[in-house]
Design a protein around this ligand. Structure first.
Ligand code: BEZ
Length: 393
């Protein structure tokens, strides 16, 4: 045998031995690690939201000893930058290159729609821990797609009922021009106009633009009874500050879906005081479940949790429920789905179930900002279910 052939064979034998050793720990435990693909924004206006979701997710996994369905969890992370134009490539990398077992993401509705398309095409389980795109649990609904958060329609609809009941008649809306803004306004308009009000003007600017000045001037000129808005993250901080600086806070009441003041109060300071918003979470629920969650979160991260942390935590709970039902074998898709579908999720927000389209059926709280908290005022809408328009499942 030539020396070069001998070298080749001994290298191959050594490689085989090494790969056998590498798989030994997994085999010894019986099950390989569960690869969780976290596709979230870690930069840009929604960066804090992505971090809070990951924190919440990891907290639940840690409470389970680092395992779901008997499998140790490992993470593969992608910063999606809240950029829909990069989303298909990003999610394909996770599914096809990294071979993740499950996808968790994202925050931005446009990114989540790209994820839902890939999840639907490949059959990969997807749990959406924020993005409200109505289509994800509407026209794009699928047995392997779940949401632990809300549909954009839901908080808008809940707030429309509140604003109508307050007796406001003429409202101007202002938001970013993309699915989350458009659909929040649509939900708001549906219930507000049913309650006797009229949306007299719909103002928009492109995501994630924060040059609000010209639009604030238009609001001042229109003199509506109230303003309804969807903004979130860094954009929400700037909008609330600019609204106050323009002198509008004193003259035209501002209402929002709760993202306007969630995770943002430290930066908004006094400019947020007194604002009313509707959301499926509040800082002062004061239930044993929420108090335990808030304490554990604060101890682990030295931060107060927000709605995004809750949604991340609940995404991990939903994954854990499915994984337990299939004893770690996530390829058993029908059993996985059936278990999550019939579960009552013991969320810090209050227990919730999923609709047929896999969106939470949950209470929406009216909250008011005070002492840097979104304080619970009342239940704005009890067990509100998204209409799941276009879902055929
Ligand atoms: C969305 O794009 O769906 C979204 C982003 C931030 C907060 C809420 C919704």
């Amino acid at each position: 045998m030539s020396p070069s052939r001998r070298t080749l064979i001994s290298t191959a034998v050594a490689a085989l031995a090494l790969s056998t050793i590498a798989t030994l720990p997994a085999l010894a435990q019986g099950l390989p690690k569960l690869k969780v693909g976290l596709m979230l924004p870690y930069t840009g206006t929604y960066a804090a939201l992505g971090n809070a979701i990951e924190n919440g997710f990891r907290l639940h996994v840690a409470e389970q000893g680092g395992k779901l369905g008997g499998r140790e969890v490992e993470y593969v992370k992608v910063d999606d930058e809240s950029d829909p134009s990069k989303a298909t490539d990003n999610v394909n990398k996770l599914v096809k290159r990294d071979n993740v077992d499950v996808l968790i993401g994202s925050v931005h509705s446009g990114v989540a729609m790209a994820m839902a398309k890939v999840a639907k095409d490949t059959g990969t389980v997807l749990i959406v821990p924020n993005a409200g795109a109505d289509a994800v649990t509407g026209a794009m609904c699928a047995p392997n797609i779940f949401r632990s958060s809300f549909s954009n329609w839901q908080p808008g609809y809940a707030m429309g009922e509140v604003v109508a009941k307050k007796g406001h008649k003429k409202v101007v809306t202002i938001t970013w021009k993309y699915a989350a803004g458009d659909e929040s306004v649509k939900g708001f308009k549906e219930s507000f106009e049913k309650g006797g009000g009229t949306v007299v003007k719909e103002l928009n600017l492109p995501f994630p633009n924060v040059e609000f000045q010209a639009l604030l001037t238009e609001i001042a000129a229109a003199k509506p009874d109230a303003v309804f808005t969807f903004f979130a993250g860094g954009g929400a901080v700037k909008f609330v500050k600019d609204y106050a600086a323009a002198g509008l806070k004193k003259t035209i009441p501002l209402y929002g879906s709760g993202f306007l003041t969630d995770g943002t109060l430290e930066a908004q300071g006094a400019d947020a005081n007194g604002l009313f918003t509707a959301l499926h979470y509040a800082d002062s629920l004061n239930t044993p479940r929420d108090n335990a969650f808030r304490l554990a979160y604060a101890k682990t991260y030295k931060l107060q949790p927000d709605v995004y942390a809750v949604q991340g935590y609940d995404a991990a709970q939903m994954l854990g429920i499915g994984m337990a039902a299939v004893k770690g074998d996530i390829s058993k898709k029908a059993e996985f789905s059936a278990a999550v579908e019939k579960a009552k999720i013991d969320s810090p927000r209050g227990a919730f179930t999923l609709s047929k389209a896999h969106n939470p059926v949950q209470d929406f709280y009216l909250r008011q900002v005070g002492d840097k908290e979104n304080k619970l005022v009342s239940i704005a809408s009890k067990a509100l279910a998204d209409p799941a328009r276009g879902c055929k499942m």
